[in-house]
Design a binder for this molecule. Structure first.
Ligand code: DSN
Length: 403
């Protein structure tokens, strides 16, 4: 046994159990998902796709991958899926390649307003391979569809990209599709953050409108760490498949694909629908409590909201993140719309309830967490007392290894 590593895994297990996890992109996969991901499937090479492999001995993994594809299509009500992307970034790279084989112009959200690195950041492959132009949020932090239309008419992009990393409101994909039709361009959605809410029919489904939809499987969807691509267009799925393998990736991770298949089955259940509703209710309860305590917060329609720590507590996002870590609450610093600080500091935090709701966080617990965050960031409570409250809450909830 490699004691060094297994002791560290045990330490991380302890950290996850004693902490309140409010990073909006994290969650806890079920024991079935984790067992599949830790299974002997990791031993198998299977470059290619079901029944079209470059290796022998793929008859079993062919079935696993086909089940994952079929369940993904059922869950998101679409015709074709590629379940091989190792991550959301790989999924986005392949989607761009399939949509714009010769490069082109992509209209995407200003990154500081909630876009992702692969949505045109200077430090990501995306801005090196494609010509990105951007639309901003309005002064209240909402999408302004008329503004998107105006910019699209000026810029004439080949593709409009929607789906964000820190946008707390519902997205009208139908409206963006109308804009795409008006300016005659393609439409792509990266639904990674809200995939679980879409699966539970609590958000408009982008597969009805977009040419290609990408996602991760480990955020609100609560599966293994990995990516996913969906489309209703037969020509497009062929291009997507080629863009994943052999263009960007080699051997698929069949142990993770098995975990994705299990996650899709779990997400089709009534229990998952209740879970996703609780995520939204808990997020709103925490946000409303902070608002009533006079903190400056965005509103929320989904699994996350933004807390302006600079103007609420005179702390940068980085300082607030570090301070909450002292009492075992994990969040991440996040740029706010029109932020005046750098991405390394930021003016606020992104707070999400997907993970703690999986452990059994109730609406009352969510309100208590809000009060605790407020009191600790405004120095009204000592660390020792705050840690005791965190411990009481987490001890009531499910242990990570029992999920
Ligand atoms: N890093 C993820 C997030 O935290 O939102 C996006 O990939």
């Amino acid at each position: 046994m490699d004691k060094e590593i297994f002791e560290l895994i045990e330490l991380e297990n302890k950290r996850q159990n004693i902490g309140i996890e409010l990073i909006a992109s994290e969650n806890y996969a079920s024991i079935d998902v984790r067992n599949a991901c830790g299974s002997i499937l990791t031993n198998k090479y299977s470059e290619g796709y079901p029944n079209k492999r470059y290796y022998g001995g793929c008859e079993v993994v062919d079935q696993i991958e086909q089940i994952a594809i079929d369940r993904a299509c059922k869950l998101f009500n679409c015709k074709y899926a590629n379940v091989q992307p190792h991550s959301g970034s790989q999924a986005n790279a392949a989607a761009y390649k399939a949509l714009l084989p010769n490069g082109g112009k992509i209209l995407s959200l200003v990154l500081n307003d909630g876009g992702h690195l692969t949505h045109g950041s200077k430090v990501s492959f995306s801005s090196h391979l494609y010509d990105f132009v951007f639309y901003p949020l309005d002064k209240d932090g909402h999408l302004d569809y008329n503004m998107i239309l105006k910019i699209a008419k000026e810029e004439k992009p080949d593709l409009i990209l929607s789906g964000y990393s820190s946008y707390p409101y519902a997205i009208d994909f139908k409206r963006i599709k109308e804009i795409c039709d008006e300016v005659n361009c393609l439409f792509m959605v990266d639904m990674a953050h809200i995939a679980g809410l879409i699966a539970a029919n609590l958000h408009q489904n982008p597969t009805l409108y977009a040419d290609v939809v990408t996602s991760t499987t480990h955020k609100t969807l609560r599966g293994p760490r990995g990516g996913l691509i969906l489309t209703n267009d037969e020509k497009m799925i062929n291009r997507i498949n080629q863009a994943i393998f052999p263009y960007y990736q080699g051997g698929p991770l069949q142990h993770i694909i098995a975990g994705k298949a299990i996650c899709f089955k779990e997400a089709l259940s009534d229990d998952f629908k209740k879970y996703a509703k609780n995520v939204i209710d808990n997020t709103k309860a925490c946000r409303d409590t902070l608002y009533n305590l006079n903190a400056i917060v965005s509103d929320t329609d989904n699994h996350l909201f933004l807390l302006n720590t600079l103007h609420s507590y005179n702390l940068t996002g980085l300082q607030a993140q570090k301070k909450l870590e002292e009492i075992n609450i994990t969040t991440n610093k996040n740029m706010l719309p029109n932020d005046t600080l750098t991405p390394k500091e930021t003016s606020g935090l992104r707070i999400g309830f997907a993970a703690v709701t999986t452990r059994g966080c109730s609406n009352e617990d969510a309100k208590e967490i809000a009060k605790l965050i407020h009191m600790y960031l405004s120095n009204q409570i000592q660390a020792k007392e705050a840690i005791d409250i965190v411990e009481k809450l987490t001890q009531k909830w499910k242990k990570i290894e029992e999920i």
